[in-house]
Ligand binder design. Structure first.
Ligand code: AP5
Ligand code: MG
Length: 214
């Protein structure tokens, strides 16, 4: 399976990707996660990216394209991959198609996870993530048993810097203007699939799996 996950901020791309990794044993490539790791490591790229991410805008295409190409060339992607949060605009989608053709690993599907806008703000302001294992929680929908601590490994939870209401609004606007047109892009290529991303996480996952063909 060679998949692009499409969806607004908070649609549950990361949540569903983690379950797809478990089921299919293929890696998730989240450009957001890669950029946040670079910020944490304090690399020059991380410093440049942080300013843009904190504003809710998109990091330069050339930066993310380089990161994705490097990652796709690693051995574990030979059996498939899940691109999460990439591509983000038409230029990235076109560059990705070229890159995948030259690597001989074209996409098999683009899956859009559709969630009404009114649900997204609460999902994002309520999101908490484990510093150590990356497990995701939500203080409104799936709170950890002990406040601020991971159920799985006991480490501290953190809130993303861009999960502030003002930045979320900007991210949602950027999604509408730049990323939503990719639904049409992949539909025209005949590889678009979509699921409603509302309700129980496991039920959504079951729909994802059946939509992708089991
Ligand atoms: P990125 O990290 O990709 O963020 P995003 O697209 O805004 O998406 P999120 O990660 O916020 O949402 P998600 O869909 O993964 O939802 P999640 O599963 O966490 O990008 C961040 C920034 O990096 C960008 O703004 C940009 O600056 C930069 N960037 C990244 N990629 C780039 C690119 N290609 N080009 C340029 N710049 C780039 O779920 C959210 C919450 O909801 C969680 O708390 C979860 O527990 C909860 N939840 C999930 N499912 C459900 C459910 N069914 N019911 C109730 N709650 C649920
Ligand atoms: Mg995510």
């Amino acid at each position: 399976m060679r998949l692009v996950l499409l969806g607004a901020p908070g649609a549950g791309k990361g949540t569903q990707a983690k379950k797809l990794i478990e089921k299919y044993g293929i890696p998730q490539i989240s450009t957001g996660d890669i950029l946040r790791q670079a910020v944490k490591d304090g690399t020059p790229l991380g410093k440049e990216a942080k300013v843009i991410m904190d504003k809710g805008e998109l990091v330069t295409d050339s930066i993310v394209l380089g990161l994705v190409e490097e990652r796709l060339k690693q051995d574990d992607c030979k059996k498939g991959y899940i691109l999460d949060g990439f591509p983000r605009n038409t230029a990235q989608a076109e560059a990705l198609d070229k890159m995948l053709d030259s690597l001989n690993m074209p996409l098999t599907a683009a899956l859009s996870v559709d969630v009404p806008k009114e649900d997204l703000m609460k999902r994002l302001t309520g999101r908490r993530t484990c510093k150590s294992c990356g497990q995701m929680y939500n203080i409104y929908f799936s709170a950890p048993k002990t406040e601020g601590k991971c159920d799985k490994c006991g480490a501290d939870l953190f809130q993303r810097d861009d999960d502030k209401e003002e930045t979320i609004n900007k991210r949602l606007d950027v999604y509408d203007a730049q990323t939503a047109p990719l639904i049409d892009y992949y539909s025209k290529k005949g590889i678009l699939k979509s699921v409603q991303g509302v309700g129980n996480i496991d039920e959504i996952f079951n729909k994802v799996v059946s939509t992708l063909g089991g």
